[in-house]
Structure formats: structure tokens, C-alpha cells
Design a protein around this ligand. Structure first.
Ligand SMILES: Cc1cc2nc3c(=O)[nH]c(=O)nc-3n(C[C@H](O)[C@H](O)[C@H](O)COP(=O)(O)OP(=O)(O)OC[C@H]3O[C@@H](n4cnc5c(N)ncnc54)[C@H](O)[C@@H]3O)c2cc1C
Length: 368
């Protein structure tokens, strides 16, 4: 065997799994097609939203459980990577979040339009409903991915960048991983390939109904500090305050991008998308923001926006995205390590795909 455990992908999921498995003493090799810190996948950019709220109670529970994984990472790093800023949800979706939070016993404040505009100086419709949570905040996204890779290397993991995996084949004696110049064998393997998960899983005859979309964000300068904002009114907009090395506040549209081939693109931000978020920001803040830059990023969308753990013997395929996966990164890394060790990952059954689950329960649980 060339390796005990091979991990495909050095994004959030791959580095979370690599760190957890290395901490547990496993010999880990991570294969990444691009360079460290590339911006072609789903985990680049300075910031992401952290929050306990979600429209689906199972994700509220997972975020609560996952908080200790973030604390462990911060202890290991000796630095904070999640900064509470306070966060406000506005619109219909906020009521669904309130319901899920109540079900899980998580505190939040309910606000009407007057309270929203007086407290946060935001311009919202007169009949707006909102919820506020102190615990919502900002994750240092690209720093987390780099730090997890660094800690995993310190714990013995080997990272090989610029290595594209062509196929993965689970068998009775382990997994054969084919790369450009030959193949590598391992006792077990984890595929954390983000937007490329569906095509790589197909090489192992695992069919996953994942759809990749190109999503857009833009960075702005604005003369005041704002909380995290999720505006559920269609189309759904979100705002991430300026933290860590972000050039400005980050504003995006959720599930608004078209389907895209992760190898072919196009990957450039569009003027329409930038105009859309600029006018939303101007409307809600009542100020003319200064555009700094636009950026695109890929969502890997699963039915019900669920996270997917598909296992076939020694091979585990993980896709925790649908635009809301970052806040669960370290927790999902722990789940992947448990599954690789044939332990109970403590995940809701519907996230584990040994057979294709019934996805008739259509709902729209997630936002960033
Ligand atoms: C615009 C945007 C905003 C978001 N906002 C939030 C937010 O505010 N809060 C939140 O919680 N979540 C958010 N998310 C979701 C979160 O960022 C993702 O869920 C998470 O980054 C997914 O990580 P990943 O490891 O699955 O994918 P990636 O980071 O893309 O990692 C996959 C890696 O696998 C590599 N790879 C793929 N195929 C191969 C191969 N064949 N060989 C070798 N390497 C390969 C890729 O190059 C890539 O580096 C957002 C996502 C986007 C796009």
C-alpha cells in the first residue's frame, strides 16, 4: 500500500478530514489538483458566515455540536477564526429559522420593522419580520483551510498539490486511485472534491445527484459596521461584515447562479450580478457603497440542500456544501474520520447514503 488513507481535495472538507484523521494517528496523503489557496472551488475568499440558525432543526443541532470542533481548532491554532458580530435574518425565512431554533432551544430575539430600522439603521419593508442572534459571526475562511492543512502536516499528513485524480476504485483490498502518471493504492480513501464530486464518484460507480452552480459575491467599502444580514426576500441576499483580511464587506446572492461545468466555466463575475447586489446593498443600507471587487465561487448542490456522505466499502465520498457547508467544516471532518474508522459519526441518517435515499421530502432548509 502506498498510503493508509488518501484524501482527494485540499479544500475545507479535505483539510478538515485530513486534520482529524492525522490527529488520530493515521498516515494520510492529500492529493489536490490545483495549488494551495487556489480560487477555482468553493472554499476561497477571506470570510464566511457562521450561525446556529437554519430552517432545518437537524442543521441547527449540527451547528451546535460543531461549535466544539471550532473551539478545538482555535485552541490548536492559538488564534480565533470565528468572530461573533451579531446577525439578523429578515423575511419569511427568518420565521422558519425561529421555529427551528425554538425546537432546539436556541435563544434569539424577534424584531419588527421599526426595531430593525432603529437598531441597525436598515431600510426594510414596513411589514418585515426579523430575528437577531448575538452568536452569529464571521469565519476566517481561507485562513481556516490553510491552517487546517498546516496542522495536518504537523501531525504527519503529506500534501501533494498539482495532482489531479482521474478515478477512484474501491475493492476488497483497499482503494486504487489513478492519477496522471500511474496509480496509488490505499487502505481507505475520502473524496472531498467539492464541485468535482459527482464526476469523481461516478468513476467508482456511485451516482450522486449533485448540481454545480456558479455563485457570485462582491466586496464593498461602506462607512459603517453592519451585522451579518440574511435577507430572505427573493432573491436571497446575504452580507458578511468586513473581518480578517477581507478588503470590504462581502455581499452575495444565494442560489442565484446558473449551472456550470467546474472544469470549463466561465468563472468571471457578471455585471448583472454586481449590479444586483449593489442595488440591494444601497437599498437596505441607505448609502452608496464603493465597489471593491467581484468574485465567483462554486456551490455543489444536493437535493434538499443536504450534506452527502456516500460510503462504498473503503471509499467515502463527502459533499457538505449547497452553499452552507463552511460553518460545519470541522464537524464534518470528525464525521468523515468516524466513518473511515467504521464508527458511528453521529449524523442524521438521511445524510448517510449507502443506498439512494428517498428525496421526496422537498424543503428548502439552508442559507449561507
Ligand atoms: C459564494 C459562496 C458563499 C458561501 N458562503 C458560505 C457562508 O457564508 N457560510 C457557510 O457556512 N458556507 C458558505 N459557503 C459554502 C462553503 O464555502 C462550502 O460548503 C465549502 O467551502 C465546501 O468545501 P469543499 O471542501 O467541499 O469544496 P472545495 O473547497 O472546492 O474543495 C474541493 C477540492 O477538491 C479538489 N479536487 C476536485 N477534484 C479533484 C481531483 N480530481 N483531483 C484532485 N483534487 C481535486 C478541488 O481542486 C478543490 O480544491 C459558501 C460557498 C460559496 C461558493
Amino acid at each position: 500500500m502506498d498510503a493508509e488513507i488518501i484524501i482527494v481535495g485540499a479544500g475545507l472538507m479535505g483539510t478538515s478530514a485530513a486534520l482529524e484523521l492525522s490527529r488520530r494517528g493515521h498516515r494520510v496523503m492529500v492529493l489536490e489538483q490545483f495549488d494551495a489557496g487556489h480560487s477555482r472551488g468553493s472554499s476561497h475568499g477571506p470570510t464566511r458566515i457562521f450561525r446556529f440558525s437554519n430552517q432545518d432543526p437537524i442543521y441547527v443541532e449540527l451547528a451546535l455540536e460543531g461549535w466544539r470542533d471550532w473551539q478545538r481548532l482555535e485552541r490548536d491554532l492559538g488564534a480565533a477564526v470565528v468572530e461573533p458580530t451579531g446577525g439578523i435574518d429578515i423575511g419569511e425565512g427568518a420565521a422558519l429559522c425561529a421555529q427551528a431554533l425554538s425546537e432546539c432551544g436556541v435563544a434569539f430575539e424577534e424584531l419588527d420593522a421599526t426595531e430593525i430600522s432603529e437598531r441597525f439603521d436598515l431600510h426594510v419593508a414596513a411589514d418585515s419580520y426579523g430575528i437577531f442572534q448575538e452568536s452569529t459571526g464571521v469565519i476566517a475562511a481561507s485562513k481556516v483551510v490553510a491552517s487546517q492543512a498546516h496542522l495536518a502536516s504537523l501531525a504527519g499528513a503529506e500534501f501533494r498539490y498539482g495532482v489531479k485524480v482521474r478515478s477512484v476504485s474501491p475493492g476488497p483490498n483497499g482503494v486504487e486511485v489513478v492519477v496522471e502518471d500511474g496509480s496509488i493504492t490505499a487502505e481507505r480513501a475520502v473524496v472531498g472534491a467539492g464541485a468535482w464530486t459527482r464526476q469523481l464518484a461516478q468513476t467508482a460507480k456511485i451516482e450522486l445527484p449533485l448540481v454545480v452552480t456558479k455563485e457570485q459575491v462582491a466586496y464593498f467599502s461602506i462607512a459603517r459596521d453592519l451585522p451579518v444580514i440574511i435577507d430572505w426576500n427573493e432573491p436571497t441576499h446575504y452580507l458578511v461584515p468586513k473581518r480578517y483580511e477581507a478588503a470590504g464587506i462581502r455581499v452575495g446572492l444565494h442560489h442565484h447562479g446558473g449551472e456550470v461545468d467546474p472544469d470549463l466555466g466561465p468563472f468571471e463575475p457578471t455585471d448583472d450580478g454586481i449590479e444586483e447586489v449593489t442595488s440591494w446593498l444601497e437599498g437596505i443600507s441607505g448609502q452608496k457603497p464603493g465597489l471593491i471587487a467581484g468574485e465567483t465561487c462554486l456551490y455543489t448542490n444536493a437535493p434538499n440542500e443536504d450534506f452527502v456522505f456516500a460510503q462504498d466499502g473503503p471509499l467515502l465520498v463527502v459533499s457538505a456544501c449547497s452553499g452552507h457547508g463552511f460553518k460545519f467544516g470541522p464537524r464534518m471532518g470528525r464525521a468523515a474520520a468516524d466513518l473511515i474508522e467504521d464508527k458511528d459519526p453521529g449524523l442524521p441518517a438521511r445524510l448517510i447514503w449507502r443506498e439512494r435515499p428517498d428525496d421526496s421530502t422537498e424543503s428548502d432548509p439552508a442559507t449561507p
